[in-house]
Design a protein around this ligand. Structure first.
Ligand SMILES: Cc1cc2nc3c(=O)[nH]c(=O)nc-3n(C[C@H](O)[C@H](O)[C@H](O)COP(=O)(O)O)c2cc1C
Length: 369
C-alpha cells in the first residue's frame, strides 16, 4: 500500500492550520510531568526526550512548568521564573525546532497541591481557599493552604505573565496555561474548592475571573495567537470538582472567545480519575461548538477513537499522553497502523534520566537517532 493512500485514510494524519502554525498531522504530545528536572532546572537529557517525540510540523506540549517559587508541589519539576531555567530550556527548544516541531510550554501553579517543604521559607502553599485537601492514602502530603487576599491575586496573575515572557525568551512557540487537574487555576474555577466572598468567588463569573485574568495578561504579553489553555471541568482530582461542569465548561469556552486565543485543550469527562477511563454520557461537543479557535481533546484516546474524533469534527487535534510516552514515533505508528509499545506505569515518575523516558524503542530502531 502506498504511503499517499495511507495518508488519505487516517484522519489523525492530515494537515491542519492552527492559527499561524501549519501542522502536518493531528497527533499532539501531552504535557507529561517527569520529575527529572533536578533542582527545578530542565536537564540536558530532556533534549533527547523531546526531540525523540518531534515530527516535522507536529505539536508538542512540555511537562507542567512552575511559574514561580510558590508554584511547586512535586520534586524536580522544571521552572521558568529564573534566568538559569530559561537558559536551560533553550537547547531543549532548539532540539525540537531543529526537527521542525512546534513547541509550547505548559505554565503551572499547583496552589494547595503542595506542602511547606516545597515552599520558600517553609511557608504555607497559597490558594483561593484555606481549606486543606484531605489526607491522602498514597503517601503524598499536602499542607493546609493560605487563602490569598484579594489584593495579592494580581501578583499571581503577573507571575503567569512573566513566565510566558520567559517562555518566549527561551524560544517556545507559545504557552499553554494549566487550568486543569485541581491546581491553582482549577481551584478558583470549581465550587467544591472556591469558598471566597470577594469578586473571585461565588458566582460562575466570579470563579472564572482569575483564569480569564491570567489569559488576558498572558495574551497581552506574548500575543493571543500564541496562547492556549487546558481545562478539565468534569474532573475532580485533588477534591476539585464542580456541581455544574457543563455550565462551567461552556462559560469558559464562550468567555475565551473574547481574547481570540490559539487553542482550548480540554480533558475528556471520561477521565474521572487520572489514569482510568470510564464510559460516561457527558460530552465536550457543546464546548467544541462554543469555542471559535482550535479545539484539542485529551484523555484515554487510542488510534481509533482519535481518528473518529477528527473525522466527526469533535476535535481539531488529539493529545496523547501515555501512548506517546511509550512510543516516541507515535504519529508514524498511527499512520502505518503499527503495533504499539506498552507503557510502564512504574517508571512514569522515576527520577532516572533514561529509564522509562528515552529508552522506549522506535518502530525502526535504525531511524531513532
Ligand atoms: C506521567 C504523567 C504525567 C502527567 N503530567 C501532566 C502534566 O504535567 N500536565 C497536565 O496537564 N497533565 C498531565 N498528565 C495528564 C496527561 O496530560 C493526559 O491528560 C492523561 O495522561 C490522559 O491522556 P492519555 O490517556 O492519552 O494518557 C500526566 C499524565 C501522566 C500519565
Amino acid at each position: 500500500m502506498g504511503e499517499k493512500q495511507n495518508l488519505q485514510e487516517v484522519p489523525l494524519i492530515t494537515p491542519y492550520k492552527m492559527g499561524n502554525f501549519q501542522l502536518s498531522h493531528r497527533v499532539v504530545l501531552a504535557p507529561l510531568t517527569r520529575m527529572k528536572s533536578y533542582g527545578n532546572v530542565p536537564q540536558p537529557h530532556a533534549i533527547l526526550y523531546y526531540s525523540q517525540r518531534t515530527t516535522k510540523s507536529g505539536l508538542l506540549i512540555t511537562e507542567a512548568t512552575a511559574i514561580s517559587d510558590t508554584a511547586i508541589g512535586y520534586p524536580d519539576v522544571p521552572g521558568i521564573w529564573k534566568k538559569e531555567q530559561v537558559e536551560a530550556w533553550k537547547p531543549i527548544v532548539d532540539g525540537v525546532h531543529a526537527k521542525g516541531g512546534i513547541f509550547v510550554c505548559q505554565i503551572w501553579h499547583t496552589g494547595r497541591v503542595s506542602n511547606t517543604g516545597f515552599q520558600p521559607n517553609g511557608q504555607a502553599p497559597i490558594s483561593c481557599t484555606d481549606k486543606p485537601i484531605s489526607p491522602s492514602q498514597d503517601g503524598s502530603h499536602h499542607s493546609p493552604p493560605r487563602r490569598l487576599s484579594t489584593e495579592e491575586i494580581p501578583q499571581i496573575v503577573n507571575d503567569f505573565r512573566l513566565a510566558a515572557k520567559n517562555a518566549m525568551e527561551a524560544g517556545f512557540d507559545g504557552v499553554e496555561i494549566h487550568g486543569a487537574h485541581g491546581y491553582l487555576i482549577d481551584q478558583f474555577l470549581k465550587d467544591q474548592v472556591n469558598d471566597r466572598k470577594d469578586e473571585y468567588g461565588g458566582s460562575l463569573e466570579n470563579r472564572c475571573r482569575f483564569a480569564l485574568g491570567v489569559v488576558e495578561a498572558v495574551s497581552e504579553e506574548i500575543g493571543a495567537d500564541r496562547v492556549g489553555i487546558r481545562l478539565s471541568p468534569f474532573a475532580d482530582y485533588m477534591e476539585s470538582g464542580d456541581s455544574n461542569p457543563e455550565a462551567l465548561g461552556l462559560y469558559m469556552a464562550e468567555s475565551l472567545n473574547k481574547f481570540g486565543i490559539l487553542y482550548l485543550h480540554v480533558v475528556e469527562p471520561r477521565m474521572k480519575t487520572l489514569g482510568e477511563k470510564f464510559k460516561c454520557s457527558e460530552s465536550l461537543v457543546p464546548m467544541r461548538k462554543a469555542f471559535n479557535g482550535t479545539f484539542i481533546v485529551a484523555g484515554g484516546y487510542d488510534r481509533e477513537d482519535g481518528n473518529n474524533a477528527v473525522a466527526e469534527n469533535h476535535a481539531d487535534l488529539v493529545v496523547y499522553g501515555r501512548l506517546f510516552l511509550a512510543n516516541p514515533d507515535l504519529p508514524k505508528r498511527f499512520e502505518l497502523d503499527a503495533p504499539l509499545n506498552k507503557y510502564d506505569r512504574n517508571t512514569f515518575y522515576s527520577s532516572d534520566p533514561v529509564v522509562g523516558y528515552t529508552d522506549y524503542p522506535f518502530l525502526d530502531e535504525t531511524s531513532s537517532t
